[in-house]
Design a protein around this ligand. Structure first.
Ligand code: TTP
Ligand code: MN
Ligand code: MN
Ligand code: MN
Length: 344
């Protein structure tokens, strides 16, 4: 998870003279936008808002990672209400990246309601889905919902691939009681017949990213690189009979307004070749911070390159095979850390 570790949050000074800020800016998208907004407020002679955006820009330039959601700025100084609003409105919509948010903000759109009402905006398929199910998607996914979805996914997958292994990863594998989505890793031992799996049924919204994995390709050295598995960022329709979810739909009582007995839930499905399963499992279990440090440890302490597909020993010039996470830790010369101990 990309939460700011509290030790960092505590240490960050509100004074930039007590911070070391290099030209390595991970948040250029935000800081450029903030500086434009600051300039606007300067013209309008609103010094307070102007300074608020400038201070936030300066703080974001110092952060050693890109801010992608609210958790990233938790506990940090210099993030005033104005700035927080900008970051919040726009990082909370599924499929809306910082660039788009910034564009919308500059167009004067401030709230999700305003965005929904604006018919001139060109939205991608993903962004439309993000708005359509916004209320559901901003509410968290519970462990009970994750269990219910796990059953559905397992049953569905097994009708197509009876031998396939379906494993829950992400925060729920680390023992979290709440999540923003549910992550699954799917692998099929034996001959590969999984290509068609994602192209079938059950999804409200689905954006399939085809596998781009190239055999013998060296693991990626980028700390935050996406992997090359076939994957699918989906929104699943989870029926919850008995639960009347129609509360935001009851303006007219007599109206036979449909009772919403389902909830939209974000689910990530990742398909991995069986040989890479252990590496994929380690990568997709996270947390993000834990994964980043594993890769950093591998390269700095072991001269190895780790990613979600494998581990390459640069000294021996070989790929190290692993059938379990324990073996990967052993390859790295690390004591095994259980999934629930990886919430860094
Ligand atoms: P997330 O689902 O983003 O995070 P999470 O499950 O830890 O927390 P949340 O409750 O907010 O969902 O990602 C799960 C892990 O998968 C995370 O450690 C990073 C990793 N990951 C990859 O390895 N590759 C990817 O392309 C993505 C999107 C995530
Ligand atoms: Mn997750
Ligand atoms: Mn997440
Ligand atoms: Mn996810």
């Amino acid at each position: 998870e990309s939460e700011v570790p509290s030790c960092i949050a505590r240490k960050v000074s509100q004074y930039s003279c007590q911070r070391k800020t290099t030209l390595n800016n991970y948040n250029k998208k935000f800081t450029d936008a903030f500086e434009i907004m600051a300039e606007n407020y300067e013209f309008k002679e609103n010094e307070i808002f102007c300074l608020e955006f400038l201070r936030a820009a300066s703080l974001l330039k110092y952060l050693p990672f890109p801010v992608t959601r609210m958790k990233d700025i938790q506990g940090l100084p210099c993030i005033g209400d104005q700035v927080r609003d900008v970051i919040e409105q726009f990082t909370s919509v599924f499929g809306v990246g910082v660039k788009t948010s910034e564009k919308w903000y500059r167009m004067g759109l401030r709230t999700v309601e305003e965005l929904k009402a604006d018919k001139t905006l060109k939205l991608s398929k993903m962004q439309k889905a993000g708005f359509l199910y916004y209320e559901d998607l901003v509410s968290c996914v519970s462990k009970a919902e994750a269990d219910a979805v796990t059953l559905i996914v397992k049953n569905t997958v097994s009708t197509f691939l009876p031998d396939a292994l379906v494993t829950i990863t992400g925060g729920f594998r680390r023992g979290k009681k709440m999540g923003h989505d549910i992550d699954f890793l799917i692998t099929n031992p034996g001959p590969r017949e999984d290509d068609e799996l994602l192209h079938k049924g059950l999804l409200l919204y689905c954006d399939i990213i085809e596998s781009t994995f190239v055999e013998e390709q060296l693991p990626s050295r980028k700390v935050d690189a996406m992997d090359n598995f076939q994957k699918c960022f989906t929104i699943l329709k989870l029926y919850q009979p008995g639960i009347d979810n129609s509360s935001y739909n009851t303006s007219k009582k007599s109206d036979m307004a449909e009772i919403k007995d389902w909830k939209a839930i974000r689910v990530d499905l990742v398909i991995t070749p069986f040989e890479q399963y252990a590496y994929a499992l380690l990568g997709w279990t996270g947390s993000r911070e834990f994964g980043r440090d594993l890769r950093r440890y591998a390269s700095h302490e072991r001269k190895m390159i780790l990613d979600n597909h494998g581990l390459y020993d640069r000294r021996k010039r070989i790929f190290l095979k692993a059938g379990s996470e324990e073996e990967i830790f052993a390859h790295l010369g690390l004591d095994y850390v259980e999934p629930w101990e990886r919430n860094a």
